[in-house]
Design a protein around this ligand. Structure first.
Ligand SMILES: [Zn+2]
Length: 107
């Protein structure tokens, strides 16, 4: 079972209390963007096997959105942080690198 700690209310919530929101830190394109850029935003996802940054909502708890770093193969959660964060926190990147040598954040 997947357990993720909500950074807003501090509750360690099981997956049935959470709603997934897809990949985090996507570059969104606004008015004036090309069709290719908009297509990339809508449909092109790396579908990572391994460490992934994603959006979650504590649906059966505080109701707030937050971001998490999770390994999609092992379900290991490396950490959670505010949804208002534009990039993953540096300390979280270092924590992941210490556990997954060779891993790098590419965005
Ligand atoms: Zn919460």
């Amino acid at each position: 079972m997947l357990t993720v700690t909500c950074p807003v209310c501090g509750v360690a919530a099981c997956e049935t209390e959470l709603a997934p929101g897809g990949e985090a830190h996507l570059k969104r394109y606004g008015p004036g963007s090309t069709d290719d850029q908009f297509e990339e935003y809508l449909f092109m996802r790396p579908n990572t096997k391994g460490v992934h940054f994603e959006r979650w909502r504590h649906a059966a708890g505080c109701g707030k959105w937050f971001l998490a770093a999770r390994d999609t193969a092992t379900l290991e959660v490396f950490g959670t942080y505010s949804a208002q964060t534009l990039q993953p926190p540096a300390e979280l990147i270092e924590k992941i690198k210490s556990k997954r040598p060779g891993w790098s954040y590419a965005q």
